[in-house]
Design a binder for this molecule. Structure first.
Ligand SMILES: NC(=O)c1ccc[n+]([C@@H]2O[C@H](COP(=O)([O-])OP(=O)(O)OC[C@H]3O[C@@H](n4cnc5c(N)ncnc54)[C@H](OP(=O)(O)O)[C@@H]3O)[C@@H](O)[C@H]2O)c1
Length: 283
């Protein structure tokens, strides 16, 4: 890759990749360097209208014209797509994959030998430029290549972390999965309030306020989760009874199994055997 902002193909622009394009444009990435494609005409028209960009239907042509090729299809569709794109790859090309669960090694095995592969996991909060974007990369990735992909995603997050590829799923399963897990907890709490006679709009606001206050306690107050629990859950008190009931009902064991299940599912998506301790999602 020769330039800080090289011609960049975006193959299969779905929800997550659209956030990347949106934020790249906002960060000043020149529109003429962005080469998005989509297989559906209605989606091409929608993206072209929204971002003022030509959107192609020829994945191979876009990848050939680019130096950085971003792939954002679902993991199950990736084998077919990589087979289609492989002839485009020259030694200067870099593949940037946002597909969950597909390791650098798995991706490299489907491209010409020696292709530089970088994986990126943007946070589910990318649309509001919040959270942490994770990267991992094949051996030999250069400082320039790192700087380029960092520049591409800088608008999608507050911080970037480079992590060993083997830890991408464990970290995602805990720290990025936290957003949907928390939303599930909030939804359950709102429903519980309504069941007990609370006005829905009122209890939604209360729950949102409680979440914001908790985040402040942890991020600005410097408290650790264990300290907050210790502070508020007096033994035999009301909060203690709530947490004790959840523990007895297996809520926390379920969360542990669920967070590991993300890693387990990634083995499955790669066609590998799922280790026993990551089988939570199958039981
Ligand atoms: N959503 C998240 O928060 C998140 C976070 C981190 C990583 N990811 C990863 O990001 C990837 C995309 O997720 P998403 O939520 O953005 O999914 P999505 O909205 O379904 O996007 C995938 C897009 O790829 C298109 N596509 C599929 N095969 C294609 C092909 N051969 N050529 C061109 N386009 C093709 C699909 O078109 P159709 O609409 O016609 O099917 C769809 O628009 C996944 O691999 C996921 O693991 C997602």
């Amino acid at each position: 890759m020769s330039a800080t902002r090289p011609a960049t193909a975006f193959i299969g622009v779905g929800t997550m990749m659209e956030a990347m394009i949106d934020k790249a444009i906002a960060a000043g990435w020149p529109r003429e360097k962005l080469l998005p494609t989509h297989r559906r005409a209605d989606r091409r028209a929608e993206l072209a209208q929204r971002y003022g960009l030509p959107v192609g239907d020829d994945n191979l042509a876009a990848a050939t014209s680019a130096e950085l090729v971003v792939v954002g299809v679902r993991p199950q569709e990736m084998p077919g797509l990589l087979q289609e794109l492989a002839p485009a790859f020259r030694p200067s090309h870099v593949l940037l994959s946002i597909a969950a669960g597909l390791t650098v090694e798995w991706l490299q095995a489907r491209l010409p030998a020696g292709t530089t592969v970088i994986r990126v996991t943007p946070p589910p909060t990318a649309w509001v430029s919040a959270g942490v974007t994770l990267f991992s990369a094949s051996e030999g990735v250069t400082a320039d290549q790192r700087a380029t992909v960092e520049a591409l995603v800088e608008g999608t997050c507050e911080r970037i972390e480079w992590v060993p590829d083997a830890l991408m799923e464990p970290i995602t399963g805990v720290a990025l999965g936290l957003t949907p897990y928390t939303c599930m907890v909030l939804k359950t709490l709102i429903e519980t309030g309504v069941e007990q006679g609370c006005d829905e709009a009122f209890i939604r606001r209360m729950v949102a306020d409680g979440l914001r206050a908790t985040a402040k306690l942890l991020s600005e107050g410097g408290f650790q989760p264990e300290q907050v629990i210790e502070m508020v859950a007096t033994r035999q008190g009301l909060t203690w009874s709530a947490l004790h009931t959840m523990e007895v009902r297996g809520v926390f064991a379920g969360i542990r199994a669920g967070a590991r299940a993300m890693t387990g599912r990634s083995y499955e998506l790669r066609g590998e055997t799922v280790p026993d301790d990551h089988m939570g999602f199958l039981r």
